[in-house]
Design a protein around this ligand. Structure first.
Ligand code: ADP
Length: 486
């Protein structure tokens, strides 16, 4: 089969620039596709950290755009060797801190222009007048920051690359006043209900959803949920209308980085056949977090952004009763100040039984995954979710809300699933404190005697959450798209 050329446009990529899960996907998926023979190139804004981290840079184009000024496209490489094109525009991208937010915590006021340029460059590289030696076959766009590209291609090109628009989180849509239409060089006739207009505003994400050839999201269940209220966030009608080209492909995890058998951050290594190292990790974690040294007490854990999406207020509500049930609890997270304070105060009240580490700490996150027995993920919505997969790989059984990718990746410990050995965790019937407490009652009963628990751990730890199979699904999607065009 002929080599497929892919341009993967993204606003963040691990390890150069990361604020969330999108960076992990961007760091892993194109590399996994390259291992399947795809000629994959990344496109990223030229943030300072990216310019520094992309090795020797070679100019491939220089433009003077009336709306943006001078722009250069520079080709470098990712640390793993994958080709990377950076958009150099110092004024837009070489700023201190976060790619999306200013130091005041608010969106950069010129985000429409900054990410409009990203979409415009993606379209140029994938369009009729591509400056690349060979125009890509497929342009893969990710989230609102790149979503204008399919619109540019629709309005200005005749034989562009096929486009895939992936939604990593529909809650963020890139909505701006219609006055940016001119500065973004978008035609006035694009601004209507079947086009880019969203309640009188210009929606970047909607552009990708209307003009993308295929739409994907990061789990099959989330692909269904976003076709309805409330998780469609106003776009459910459009997504339902385009359901024939909408599908869900689960995210993978980095199984090298997250491997309890050879994780240098852990206090002791272990695997599915020998969990004795896990007990050691638990003992040291209990000590490090100021919890009572009780090997037999089931330890609950949370590692998460503290945001409304994650449902941690429900954990806080339930915590006194969970302590009464005999659990210990540890939280690592940061985000909303009020809820951070609540967890701090709960840790104070239940000293020795509950602990809270407010902050972001990669090493501690691995140690918690290894040392805990049960991982709590009561998200209100969850496009895919990573931690429930990490926790299964570490033999820490997840308790999850019945939503999004959590339902696609955790097999509930029903009587039937326990009997056939496929259970790997616990799915709440509903998300509220009463159901969380009831489910953890069930967890407590299964935890001792340990026979069933061991079996669940083994099943969870040996489940395949790697990228290889996911990348194959994307490749098949690209190929079917190209076949249909031909
Ligand atoms: P989301 O992308 O919505 O935050 P995911 O579960 O998809 O949720 O991914 C969260 C990622 O961020 C995981 O890798 C998780 O371990 C990590 N993470 C979140 N909060 C923290 C924290 N305080 N310290 C360390 N890692 C964290």
């Amino acid at each position: 089969m002929e080599t497929l050329h892919l341009l993967f446009a993204t606003s963040e990529v691990f390890p150069l620039v990361k604020t969330g899960g999108l960076a992990d996907v961007s760091g892993a998926l194109p590399a996994a596709l390259a291992r399947l023979g795809v000629e994959a190139t990344l496109l990223l804004p030229g943030y300072a950290a990216a310019l520094d981290g992309a090795g020797p840079l070679q100019q491939i184009a220089r433009l003077d755009l009336p709306q943006h000024g001078e722009v250069r496209l520079l080709q470098g490489r990712m640390p793993d060797g994958l080709p990377l094109i950076l958009i150099e525009h110092a004024d837009y991208y070489q700023r201190a801190g976060n790619p999306y937010l200013g130091p005041d915590g608010h969106d950069w006021p010129d985000n429409a222009l900054r990410f409009g340029l990203l979409g415009q460059m993606a379209a140029w590289l994938a369009g009729d007048h591509s400056p690349l030696p060979r125009r890509p076959d497929v342009l893969h766009c990710n989230d609102w920051q790149t979503a204008l590209a399919p619109a540019y291609l629709h309005f200005y090109d005749r034989t562009p690359a096929a486009t895939v628009m992936t939604i990593h989180n529909l809650a963020y849509q890139g909505v701006f006043p219609p006055t940016v239409l001119g500065p973004l060089n978008l035609p006035q006739e694009s601004f209507h209900l079947e086009g880019l207009e969203f309640h009188g505003m210009l929606s970047f994400l909607k552009a990708g959803l209307v003009y993308g050839d295929r739409i994907t999201t990061v789990s099959p269940n989330y692909a269904r949920e976003i076709q309805q209220e409330p998780l469609g966030f106003g776009l459910q009608g459009l997504l339902h209308h385009r359901r024939d080209v909408l599908s869900g492909i689960l995210n993978g995890i980095d199984t090298e980085e997250w491997n309890p058998a050879q994780d240098p951050r852990l206090w002791a290594a272990y695997d599915a056949d020998d969990l004795s190292g896990k007990a050691q990790n638990k003992a040291v974690l209990q000590q490090a977090m100021g919890l009572a040294a009780e090997p037999g007490t089931p330890l609950l854990a949370v590692v998460s952004r503290i945001a409304a999406q994650k449902g941690l207020d429900v954990v806080a509500d339930a915590l006194p009763r969970l302590i009464d049930l005999g659990f210990q609890f540890v939280l690592l997270g940061s985000g909303e100040r009020a809820l951070e304070a609540r967890f701090r105060s709960l840790a104070e009240t239940y000293r020795g039984r509950a602990a809270a580490h407010i902050g972001y700490d990669e090493t501690l996150s691995h140690r918690i995954e290894a040392g805990a027995d049960v991982f709590l993920m009561p998200s209100r919505f969850e496009p895919c979710g990573l931690n429930q997969m990490y926790s299964q790989r570490y033999g820490t059984l997840p308790v999850v809300a019945p939503t999004g990718g959590l339902l696609d990746t955790v097999t509930d410990a029903t009587a039937a699933r326990l009997a056939d050995g496929s259970a790997t965790g616990f799915v709440l019937e509903r998300l509220d404190a009463a159901h969380l407490v009831a489910t953890l009652g069930r967890v407590g009963e299964l935890y001792r005697p340990q026979e069933n628990w061991r079996r669940m751990q083994r099943t969870a730890m040996t489940r395949d959450f790697g990228w290889a199979a996911r990348a194959q699904e994307y490749l098949e999607l690209y190929r079917s798209l190209l076949a249909r065009r031909a």
